[in-house]
Design a protein around this ligand. Structure first.
Ligand SMILES: NC(=O)c1ccc[n+]([C@@H]2O[C@H](COP(=O)([O-])OP(=O)(O)OC[C@H]3O[C@@H](n4cnc5c(N)ncnc54)[C@H](OP(=O)(O)O)[C@@H]3O)[C@@H](O)[C@H]2O)c1
Length: 296
């Protein structure tokens, strides 16, 4: 690896498989030095080996569980010591927040089915919902808070948050909540935290009513709506950075039980495009794959 000052360094979360691994591969192809992270060391190291077997050199592994502040702190120390700065943060790690009824997948034909067809066999529980919000939303937030000081040392800092088409405001039935989340100029971290708490309270007390919250894939959808809203708050606070969120497409990975329509190569294109935006590029925006879209 070259001199740390001249290298462009990217950190990708949840990169042992799926879209995250492919984002690493495509960034490496563009000459970026990649810190591939995964919560499981064996899975992460195996992924790095795969990339090296494919010819990549400038890739290193570090363990990272975005739900664990100590793990984030240890990664931060590593990057600070090794590279003294960070150029690109891709918040990719995510979970679905649900389980499927055990027998649901037998005889299930992933090619002929859409994720929505699994709704009747999805099991939503409070613990899983809490975990989903903690990983998808608070994981993203913890990573941004920890790494913004290192991104501020970059000439061209970029943050890419993986959201979803389910992270658009249209999935929230309540007009009051939608109005607050839409008001990007006045929305604050504190207010967003309050909305999240009331969602989790309603979930715990079985009060996920159809006129307030999404009733299927509830925690996943709501966690991604929160990621989208948080992206706007951050972009407003850090005007010198390009901070955007992206729906990668409906991709064939474990999180969709492989029902997706796009390959990981196609799914990684939007996130990689946003990671490599030229200076003065858009910020605080929602992208649908590689196209500028709306939060609605
Ligand atoms: N696939 C799609 O159609 C689609 C559509 C919209 C948005 N997205 C978003 O795209 C992102 C990537 O998803 P994917 O499709 O590639 O799914 P995937 O193959 O299931 O990959 C998810 C990755 O996140 C990691 N992860 C989960 N919890 C973590 C934690 N606490 N700390 C660190 N890593 C963690 C997983 O690690 P383990 O292997 O250890 O579990 C895995 O590497 C997610 O944010 C997802 O919501 C995907």
């Amino acid at each position: 690896m070259g001199d740390a000052c001249t290298l462009r360094i990217a950190l990708v979360t949840g990169a042992n498989k799926g879209i995250g691994l492919e984002i690493c591969r495509q960034l490496l192809e563009k000459g970026i030095t990649v810190v591939l992270t995964a919560r499981d060391e064996t899975r992460g190291k195996t992924a790095v080996r795969k990339l090296r077997d494919g010819g990549a050199k400038d890739v290193v592994f570090h363990q990272l569980d975005v739900a664990d502040p100590a793990s984030i702190a240890s990664l931060k120390e590593f990057i600070q010591h090794q590279f003294q700065k960070l150029d690109i943060l891709v918040n990719n790690a995510g979970v679905s927040g649900i389980e499927l009824e055990a027998e649901a997948l037998s005889g299930f034909n992933k090619k002929e089915n859409h994720l929505e067809s699994l709704v009747p066999v999805m099991i939503q529980q409070h613990e899983k919902a809490k975990e989903c919000i903690n990983i998808n939303f608070y994981g993203t937030k913890r990573m941004c808070e920890a790494f913004i000081p290192l991104l501020q040392l970059s000439q061209s800092p970029r943050i890419v948050n993986l959201t979803s088409v389910y992270g658009k405001l249209k999935v929230i039935p309540s007009e009051t909540i939608k109005r607050e989340l839409r008001d990007a100029d006045n929305l604050t971290d504190g207010r967003l935290d309050n909305i999240i708490s009331s969602f989790l309270d309603d979930f715990r007390t079985n009060n996920v009513l159809k006129d307030t919250w999404p009733t299927d894939l509830s925690a996943y959808k709501f966690s991604k709506v929160a990621v989208s809203a948080y992206t706007r708050i951050l972009a407003r606070k850090h005007e010198k950075m390009c901070i955007n969120c992206v729906h990668p497409g409906y991709v064939i990975t474990d999180i969709t039980w492989n029902t997706g329509k796009l390959t990981v190569e196609e799914g990684a294109k939007g996130p990689v495009m946003l990671a490599l935006l030229p200076d003065g590029g858009p910020s605080g925006q929602f992208y649908f794959e590689t196209t500028l879209s709306s939060f609605e």
